[in-house]
Design a protein around this ligand. Sequence first.
Ligand SMILES: [Zn+2]
Length: 202
Amino acid sequence: MTAISAFEYPNEKQIRRHGPAGYSDYESYREWLRDEFSFRCVFCLQREQWSRLRATFHIDHFMPQSIDRELECEYDNLIYVCASCNSIKSDSIVPSPFQFAFGQCVVVHSDGTIESRNPTGELLVDLLRLDDECLTTYRKKWLETFRALISAANVESYEDWMRFPDELPDLSKKKPSSNSRPDGIYQSAFARRSRGELPRTY
Ligand SMILES: [Zn+2]
């Protein structure tokens, strides 16, 4: 039986793999962030592959610009989120995926509901409204669809929803004025795919 990983939050804290610096506008970090956050919203796990509209993903300032303008173009303060989570988060300060393993904080059940496992999880759910009825229904529908595809032995179609995007950014072509974590490029999805190491689904 294929396990459905669509709404499984990571069991490890995220570690920044890339460290570009020197761009004068934060949008220039987009391709780095897409790869850094595995082409999905760090908070609700919606994937680029499910919408196919890049515009539905935003770059969020983890520490809001209203609090610290100096961090506007600081890569380590940027996260990749969907438009909905970006708008809900707004200027609030929420638990960081680099400080907490979200998989230890919240769990999504097969009916799409989300449960907090600790106080950090409660904060995440409350501040980002991860238990909102609309989002719960969204998760439920996707999970039902995935289960239906798998039980109909339509694994190819399931994998199509769960794979990396076709168009992956080649970060080795990017030329930021500096990069404090150059080894990250070697681990990018583009580089792994060119070495034949990228998994079919994630
Ligand atoms: Zn989201």
